[in-house]
Design a binder for this molecule. Structure first.
Ligand code: PMP
Length: 360
């Protein structure tokens, strides 16, 4: 006998990238920051040691002091932002509050695979819009087809997950303004696409836009689990809050994330280092015979040389203790996704690839 309800019997699991905790491994498989968090984070962490009240009491229900810091940072009202436990939680809240028989989900066929899981687990249906081939990007987003879907919830990662494709924020704003759908723009990797790439500036103009963002990438806090969503639509925000756990973000995370946000110079330094690493990897991978797809994110999807092929290269990289992401059974099973690492890690990756390609 099953005690699961009908939705859960049909539930879909998400397969996260492998996490190794032994030293010596180079992790280029889950798009984490190659640089550590700001020293400001560690300073605040040290100050918190011994402050038992912070742990004894419940955390702030709306994630203060981070909520106020984010409102200041983006020049928005606090009512426009919800602090969440990673941006994954933001996506979960949106699915629960908006999807239903009358409003299905729509997303590009190649995107963050958690979308499928969250939509299915919210008991809703989804439509995948096939990808279109274009120069530099064989799995391009068919934005015109997405724009034509009306009365849906459109999930768009910008830059897109796996491929790194970025759609211009101004163009997207025009499309959203003309659309009858709710648009969820997932900006997990948006900082890597430049300072003008975010949709946050349109929050108060477009009532059918929700933006989700994270501290996991450019703030180097993936393990802390901090994200947020932003919208100017107050009815929507109230509905999202109804689904939120009372104390969804913990007292330490809200303080440490606020400390990271305050250190703008460190944030910019992290982005600059990743962009330099991305340029280096791209040039070196091309020289080794990989076909690199255009990416504005902190990873590069690249088609491996036909011989020896992606699975063999991925297997051999493990012998060098280098983890990368391979999507077996997918349309891009002939590709490898490389997260941009620190300077030494990128160099080690390229050196290892040279040896592997010579030996196979
Ligand atoms: N969106 C995309 C496209 C991602 O790749 C990730 C990271 N796996 C997330 C959102 C979630 O990030 P987090 O929950 O760590 O904020």
């Amino acid at each position: 006998r099953s005690y699961l309800n009908a939705v859960t019997r049909g539930a879909a699991h998400y397969a996260p990238g492998e996490q190794v905790n032994e030293p010596g491994w180079i992790k280029l498989n889950t798009n984490e920051s190659p640089l550590p968090p700001s020293p400001n984070v560690f300073r605040v962490m040290a100050e918190l040691v011994g402050q038992g009240d912070i742990l004894r009491k419940y955390s702030h229900p709306l994630g203060e002091p981070l909520l106020s810091a984010l409102a200041d940072y983006w020049q928005l009202g606090k009512e426009n932002i919800i602090v969440t436990n990673g941006s994954d939680e933001a996506l979960t809240l949106i699915c629960r509050a908006t999807l239903g028989a009358e409003r299905p989900a729509v997303f590009p066929a190649v995107t963050y695979s958690l979308s499928r899981t969250l939509v299915t687990n919210a008991g809703a249906a989804y439509t995948e819009i096939p990808m279109v081939e274009r120069t530099g990007q064989p799995y391009g987003i068919d934005i015109e087809a997405l724009a034509k879907c009306s009365e849906a919830v459109v999930f768009l990662a910008n830059p897109n997950a796996i491929t790194g494709e970025y759609i211009d924020a101004g163009r997207l704003a025009g499309i959203i303004a003309a659309s009858k759908s709710l648009w969820v723009v997932d900006e997990a990797y948006n900082d890597f696409a430049g300072p003008e790439a975010t949709m946050m500036k349109y929050i108060t103009q477009l009532e059918n836009l929700v933006v989700t963002r994270t501290f996991s990438k450019t703030h180097a806090l993936a393990g802390l689990r901090v994200g947020y969503l932003a919208s100017g639509n107050q009815e929507l925000m109230q509905g999202l809050l109804a689904h939120k756990d009372s104390y969804n973000e913990d007292a330490l995370a809200t303080r440490l994330a606020a400390a990271a946000l305050a250190d703008k110079a460190w944030h910019e330094r992290t982005i600059r280092a990743v962009l330099a690493g991305r340029d280096f990897l791209r040039a070196e991978l091309i020289a080794l015979g990989f076909e690199c797809f255009d990416s504005e994110a902190n990873y590069i999807l690249a088609r491996a040389p036909e011989k020896p092929g992606a699975p063999a290269v991925v297997r051999r990289l493990r012998d060098y203790k280098i983890l990368v992401r391979h999507y077996a059974g997918s349309p891009f099973a002939d590709c490898i996704r490389f997260s941009v690492g620190a300077e030494g890690e990128n160099a080690k990756l390229i050196g290892s690839l040279k040896e592997i390609l010579k030996s196979l």
